[in-house]
Design a protein around this ligand. Sequence first.
Ligand code: FUB
Length: 456
Amino acid sequence: MKHSTLRVWLLGLCAWLAQAAHAANPIIQTIYSADPAPMVRDGRVYLYVGHDEGDKKFFDMRDWRVFSSSDMVNWTDHGARLSLTDFAWAKKHAWAGHTIERDGKFYWYVPVEQASGGMAIGVAVGPTPLGPFKDALGKPLVFDKQGDIDPAAYIDDDGQAYLVWGNPTYKWVKLNRDMVSYDTTVGDHGIFRHEMTVEAFGKRAKPDRATAYEEAPWIYKRGKLYYLFHAGGPLPEHLAYSTGPSATGPWTYRGVVMKAQGGSFTNHPGVIDFQGKTYLFYHDGSLPGGGGFSRSVCVDELHFNPDGSIVPLDMTRTGPAPAAHLNPYARVEGETMAWSIGLQTAQFAGGIAVTDVNAGEYLQLRSVDFGAKPARQFSAQLRVPGTQPRGVAIELRLDALDGPVIGRLATTPTGDAWQSFKTAVKAVTGVHDLFLVFRGEGTEPLLELDHWQFQR
Ligand code: FUB
């Protein structure tokens, strides 16, 4: 990299770090993530995302990741739960998927490029929101030979399930009750290809095609009205919506939800209701080094007018307000975070841990409720590499990165072993943001963090 380019990049990084101290979007900072597909289950939001490997020239996507949250601000990393290698017939392009539950099983629909060529949609099934997921068919569920990407499933109130997808034609099938086959007696051997009219999908600002619809359909119902969210073109993409009286339309184009912005030439909507509010998930290119092939998932609250139309919104750095508090007296996984700087996560025998921890890096938890009876102790399960002490410690700060220190967890080297450390903390009560700030000497990673918790 030339000195001038490096300087510009570093200045950009510094500016980003300064504003990032209070950011909440993007909600995942440890990897590049894309194509959000949120699902609510048992009081938690499970977020299924694609994973950009950071290639600068094209999509380099090999697995899908899952995150979850019970408060919309602190997200737990569950790692890679589905990968190209789970589909023996797949070659590359682990693109935008979607997961849905039916009859106690979870179906994860994903588009991949087949070894024999052409994008097709496969389906994996698992017993829990986190799997384990297995290819349900050993072959594609849908292959219509053109634009078979971005599947999203929807189960209507009458129990009929649909799979919608497609770029640049919007298509759907009526899924059978088993969710891994579809009714081939309707449509064209089961497939419906929507007529791409301006009335249904909006007028395109460029004459290369008639309508603005590009890809990434998502069905959502509010009251009696069905919404078809989608990404619109030309590039860079915006998010738009159509509404209709049924899950299959007829659709009427209603307008732009989110103008093109955020540094990625694609965008991708995922809409859910959670704890009485509606949320729009999308992606941008806002992490350092981010862009069209290194995207990041974000979320903001979505508001409706009394007539059901949507109040257009812009991407924010602040994200939504916490929907609940985090309980620090129950085990909290290290990989649960509202924000982090410099950290990564990795799978190990016991689960997922925070890795690549260097001096001065930190992770932030938001809206932590210490309650009325004060916390007295903090403990954490750590691995501290090496044999020579390097002053490795976790500083606990409240409400800001430079907020009051309520405790300091000192460690000694543990080599390859995991060990529990504890320390007394100042009596803290009430709701606070909590910062775990990592301290130590040297340039080698300081520690790995499995989980932590406060005691009274
Ligand atoms: O992530 C690859 C592709 O980019 C998705 O399939 C599209 O929706 C766009 O986000």
